[in-house]
Design a protein around this ligand. Structure first.
Ligand SMILES: [Zn+2]
Length: 344
């Protein structure tokens, strides 16, 4: 009796395992870039030269380390909104100045001024009410003991990536290849002091959260950590499979089709002691049940130091990583079916 019971269990177990692997296989096979040549065309508008221009500008001393609520950060936000204005990428109709004010009451007590998230978007041609968010925080540490914290990697790199992707999607739109779903470019404030800008946004969303398909968040993608000094062709992906199995495989397909980076899932381990999943802005979207990916290069010797400067960024790598995120966003925005919020 005991023996029989055990073998029945084994049978049931193996059956369901088989079904699961079939499901995964079917899911993987359903993901393909049929418009590969078109994607390449806009992917290739993302250049090292322009990324370098943005990182260099954004980490310039004139922005005084972009501390939340201070004039340096306000000036950096001004740079961002002027960029969107110049490219004729729209502000939300409810926030025509591209700013969502984050009142000082929503910020830690030592911040004595209001701050702002910067938001721009390209309206989808077929499903305008469905939104893909590409986010990066705009703030950094400010001036500490007389030293300016430039934050070129943290998060000049992510900011530059968002700006380049916005330009690429705008160019595609001008040429009649605009995204089917809306793409929102959101630069959140007050990340360094507790993810406040993204928390404020997700509690006071400009576009309905239930219509939010996914959030691709970028925080530090221009450098190399110690573990990868020998092989720098990598990026960490965190959170991709936690809410949507499909999202995990879309990022993999984007990578094998266009970029061939080593996708490192080390920090996606739920037992990861660094708890990075909880430590950048995507978390506030994930907390609302929205599938997210956090793109990250890991920590390095200049992390949260005044020596995180623009000339130390690896622009070839920054460009490649930006292209991976662009291709992932492209798929999410243009697939026939909306991304499934489902774990297989
Ligand atoms: Zn950061």
């Amino acid at each position: 009796m005991k023996f029989l019971f055990a073998s029945v269990l084994v049978l049931v177990g193996s059956c369901s395992t088989l079904r699961h692997s079939d499901k995964i296989e079917n899911l993987k096979n359903s993901i393909s870039f049929d418009d590969k040549e078109v994607v390449y065309k806009y992917l290739n508008t993302i250049t090292e030269t322009e990324l370098k221009e943005h990182v260099t500008e954004f980490s310039d001393d004139k922005y005084e380390g972009r501390k939340t609520g201070e004039k340096g950060h306000d000036a950096a936000c001004e740079y961002l909104r002027n960029y969107y204005k110049n490219l004729k990428i729209k502000a939300p109709t409810t926030h025509l100045d591209y700013y969502q004010v984050v009142p000082k009451g929503a910020l830690p007590e030592d911040i004595t001024n209001d701050s702002q998230n910067v938001i721009a978007y390209i309206e989808g041609s077929e499903f305008p009410e469905e939104y893909i968010y590409i986010t990066a925080h705009s703030d950094h540490e400010g001036i500490v003991n007389g030293e300016i914290y430039s934050g070129a990697d943290d998060n000049g790199s992510g900011t530059a990536a968002v700006l380049e992707m916005a330009e690429a999607f705008k160019q595609a739109t001008i040429n009649g290849h605009g995204p089917k779903r809306s793409i929102v470019f959101l630069h959140v404030t007050a990340e360094e002091i507790g993810l406040h800008g993204s928390r404020y946004y997700t509690r006071n969303p400009i576009f309905p959260l239930e219509n939010t398909v996914s959030n691709l968040n970028i925080d530090m993608i221009g450098r190399i950590d110690e573990i990868h000094e020998e092989n720098d062709n990598y990026i960490y992906l965190i959170g991709a499979d936690r809410i949507s199995t499909e999202l995990h495989f879309i990022a993999q397909k984007a990578n094998t089709t266009f970029t061939n980076l080593d996708l490192d899932y080390t920090f996606n381990d739920e037992k990861d002691v660094n708890r990075y999943y909880y430590r950048s802005d995507h978390y506030n979207f994930a907390d609302q049940g929205i599938p997210v990916i956090f793109f990250f290069n890991g920590e390095h010797e200049d992390y949260t130091k005044p020596t995180d400067t623009a000339e130390k960024i690896n622009y070839t790598l920054l460009s490649k990583r930006t292209k991976l995120i662009f291709a992932t966003a492209w798929y999410l925005a243009n697939s026939d079916q909306r991304l499934k919020t489902e774990i297989i």
